[in-house]
Design a protein around this ligand. Structure first.
Ligand code: NDP
Length: 329
């Protein structure tokens, strides 16, 4: 039997992706077969599809780092037919066929059951970006950041991770300051719960001073580079910065002074290989700490074929919020 899938191939150092009819017999090994309802497009998907970084390590490959759907067949004791499941990261779209397809055969240990009140579409509206936003929030909490300690900064606020981080933090009672290069979307950011919006240019240039006036009790940073260094320099005594991204740069040319004078915590956040108990904690919190109306307001839904028209807009920062892919449309 065949199903619709995107398939990325490499020719002459270029990655070319097409919509194909894929034979189920050609799926890779795995103990759970999933009927995919939805996938998503994240920054990492754009890096893969545009070949900006070597995300896909084996060609041809079905791309897509996320999927949500229903178990069709399982020889894994933890899953049975009909279970609603979500998969974020692991080897998807790297060495294993990914989520931009109507079916996926995967290892059960990569799957999480979707918490009761969330649909498969909700799970992909959240996607890797939203789950990473929650990992960042948990990292701040684990470092002792609480709403009474002061303002929390979110960089890349109009993007997927940033939008969901703003929504979660505001629901938890934080005063959220959103940094963006797209102030024209201020109404959207306020509707997600941002109390204040600043121009990302305030943070994006290298500074001479290694430490600045204290502004942030906590920071969720998707940018890296000078933005991350400046955010660290402005973080309050015993505050924390959760660093998950490189939208500006993967460089970190800063000073240790925020750490040794202000006891600032720099918490790294990885979603791809996070252990299951960490993922489950994040998904359980997403089911309770994210307003469904705000989540919906971040979503743009497209069909599988439309991915080919949209992915190039992501790295230049032209997409707002989350892109959900209905793989059956
Ligand atoms: P999006 O493309 O949805 O959002 C990225 C946002 O970053 C843009 O919308 C823009 O926000 C901001 N941005 C772009 N360029 C710059 C710049 N030069 N300086 C400062 N900000 C910039 O991506 P995602 O939200 O999906 O991912 C964000 C980052 O997080 C990426 O680097 C991604 O690789 C990383 N990531 C890491 C994960 C992990 O496991 N560690 C998991 C998921 C994502 P605005 O328009 O508001 O300025």
């Amino acid at each position: 039997m065949t199903f619709k899938a995107l398939l990325s191939s490499k020719t002459d150092d270029r990655v070319v992706t097409e919509l194909v009819d894929f034979d189920e017999a050609d799926l890779m090994d795995g103990d759970v077969l999933v009927q995919v309802d939805y996938s998503t497009l994240n920054y990492k998907d754009a890096l893969a599809l545009t070949n900006s970084r070597p995300v896909i390590q084996k060609f041809p490959l079905i791309p897509g780092i996320d999927l949500a759907g229903v178990v069709l067949e399982s020889s894994n004791a933890d899953f049975e037919t009909g279970d609603r499941v979500v998969l974020n990261g692991w080897d998807l779209s790297m060495g294993h066929h990914g989520g931009l397809a109507q079916r996926a055969r995967v290892r059960g240990e990569w799957l999480n059951k979707i918490p009761g009140n969330l649909t498969t579409r909700d799970a992909m509206a959240i996607g890797t970006a939203g789950y990473t936003a929650m990992l960042c929030v948990l990292a701040l909490e684990d470092a002792g950041v609480t709403p009474d300690k002061g303002d929390v900064l979110v960089t890349g606020a109009n993007g997927g991770v940033g939008s969901i981080a703003v929504a979660i933090l505001s629901k938890l009672g934080y005063r959220v300051v959103a940094a963006t290069g797209r102030p024209e979307h201020a109404d959207y950011l306020h509707s997600l719960g941002a109390a204040e919006i600043i121009d990302r240019a305030e943070l994006s240039e290298p500074r001479k001073k290694p430490i600045s006036a204290e502004r942030w009790a906590g920071v969720v940073d998707v940018a890296g580079g000078p933005t991350l260094v400046n955010a660290l320099a402005e973080t309050k005594y015993r505050g924390a910065v959760a660093a998950c991204g490189l939208a500006q740069s993967d460089a970190l040319n800063g000073s240790v002074l925020p750490f040794i004078l202000r006891n600032v915590t720099l918490a790294g956040v990885d979603s791809v290989n996070a252990p299951q108990h960490v993922r489950q904690r994040a998904w359980d919190r997403l089911a309770t700490d994210l307003d469904p109306k705000k989540l919906e307001s971040t979503v743009q839904q497209i069909g599988l074929a439309e991915v080919l028209d949209v992915y190039e807009q992501i790295i230049p920062g032209k997409v707002r919020g989350r892109i959900v892919v209905d793989v059956n449309a």
